[in-house]
Design a binder for this molecule. Structure first.
Ligand SMILES: NC(=O)c1ccc[n+]([C@@H]2O[C@H](COP(=O)([O-])OP(=O)(O)OC[C@H]3O[C@@H](n4cnc5c(N)ncnc54)[C@H](O)[C@@H]3O)[C@@H](O)[C@H]2O)c1
Ligand SMILES: CC(C)C[C@H](N)C(=O)O
Length: 365
């Protein structure tokens, strides 16, 4: 892999390799763009088949955070970490503390949080070494687990997308197929069930499926059957690249609205679903609830204030759909425009982020 070529492609600022033999830490921090502020993005722990896969994932996810944070109106840039390892077997305290020291070494250019495979407890361990971590335990004045708030944002965004497709935002009686019923999707299913939606779920983790079946009367299907279900809405809430050449022909849903990052395998898949008349709620718009919630810690966390902002993701999805219709472009391009225009406007008034003093994270316990 030609690393500098990969960085040049989307103008990444920095790629940091973190290695600590004692704890087994092997992590890659990608900082995409700090025009709007320090790069905030979660740390994903995953068993990557190759180091190249890990680098590619870190880069893709970091760029996604630049767009997510910009479109959400946050004064934050985009970054992400991948930690190479099995979150069920390879975690230890020294690993997260070593990672925390690497973050501290970046002096505020990167702030971390949870992502797939990491938890509030992991963030607390990182916090013993650095203040540049969010989503730590509420006892520190922090916002805790971002997943339920992400779920609320997805629920709100899904309603806005449903309004476009069906003329009403009520989800009562709608059939919604949910791929992956982990941290975010469990709470999403709760909202949907409470509104009277019919749920079809799948997960490679059988106990996650059982929980959704028992708690919400969901119908369980095999992992590869989820795309072809007779559903009104498809909610991808597992991993990325699931909208692709194999899955698009199977889809019957008129709306795609879920929490997973990087849902389109390639941009052309966004064009394809647009041509098919599917209303696609762009991933980084609809799943911004978690980052909006953790970012609120930088102002001294208020759950009420954060939830108000997350509620407004309904309006952001409506705005993206209206740009898409006005300009005759797919929603993923409309979302990119929203984010890019904000970054360009701010770039005129400020250059690269510099940590020039303190922010309110420094005053936490
Ligand atoms: N947690 C957040 O606040 C947040 C915020 C924004 C975006 N996201 C994104 O949302 C997605 C879900 O996040 P989460 O925190 O709920 O993660 P999670 O790990 O708790 O849940 C993901 C679930 O998907 C399942 N899964 C994995 N591969 C699958 C497959 N091929 N088929 C079916 N199920 C599969 C896993 O077993 C797991 O139960 C991720 O893409 C994440 O990046 C999460
Ligand atoms: C900052 C975090 C809550 C990030 C979250 N995992 C996301 O992808 O948006």
């Amino acid at each position: 892999m030609e690393i500098f070529k990969s960085l040049e492609k989307y103008d990444y600022e920095q790629l940091v390799f973190c290695q600590d033999e004692t704890s087994g830490l092997k992590a890659i921090i990608a900082i995409h763009d700090t025009t709007l502020g320090p790069a905030l993005g979660g740390a994903r722990m995953w068993t990557y088949a190759t180091e190249e896969d890990a680098i590619v994932d870190a880069l893709r996810l970091a760029r996604g955070m630049t767009y997510k944070n910009a479109a959400a109106g946050l004064n934050l840039g985009g970054g992400k970490t991948v930690i190479i390892g099995d979150p069920l077997k390879d975690k230890n305290e020294e690993m997260f503390r070593a990672f925390g020291r690497f973050i501290q070494g970046l002096n505020g250019r990167y702030i971390t949080a949870e992502d797939v495979g990491t938890t509030v407890a992991d963030m607390d361990m990182i916090h013993t070494e650095t203040d540049y971590v969010t989503g730590i335990s509420p006892e520190f004045g922090s916002s805790g687990n971002p997943s339920p708030v992400t779920a609320y944002g997805v629920y709100r965004g899904m309603k806005a997308a449903a309004k476009e497709a069906f003329g009403t935002d009520s989800l009562e009686g709608r059939t919604i197929s949910v791929q992956g019923v982990g941290n975010v999707a469990y709470t999403l299913c709760k909202y949907l069930h409470e509104e009277g939606a019919r749920l079809i779920v799948t997960d490679i983790n059988k106990s996650a499926v059982e929980r959704a079946v028992n708690d919400f009367g969901a119908i369980a299907v095999e992992a590869d059957e989820i795309y072809s279900q007779e559903a009104d809405i498809f909610a991808p809430c597992a991993l990325g690249a699931i909208i692709n050449d194999e899955t698009i022909p199977q889809l019957k849903a008129r709306v795609i609205a879920g929490s997973a990052n990087n849902q389109l395998k390639e941009e052309r898949h966004g064009d394809l679903i647009h041509e098919l008349g599917i209303v696609y709620a762009p991933d980084y718009i609809i799943n911004a609830g978690g980052v909006i919630n953790v970012a609120d810690e930088l102002n001294g966390y208020s759950h009420e204030r954060a939830m108000k902002k997350v509620e407004a993701l309904y309006d952001t999805i409506e705005k993206v759909i209206s740009i898409s219709k006005r300009d005759g472009i797919p929603t993923y391009i409309a979302a990119d425009r929203l984010a890019e225009e904000r970054i360009a406007r701010m770039a005129k008034s400020r250059g690269q982020f510099l940590q020039n003093g303190k922010h309110s994270l420094s005053s936490r316990g």
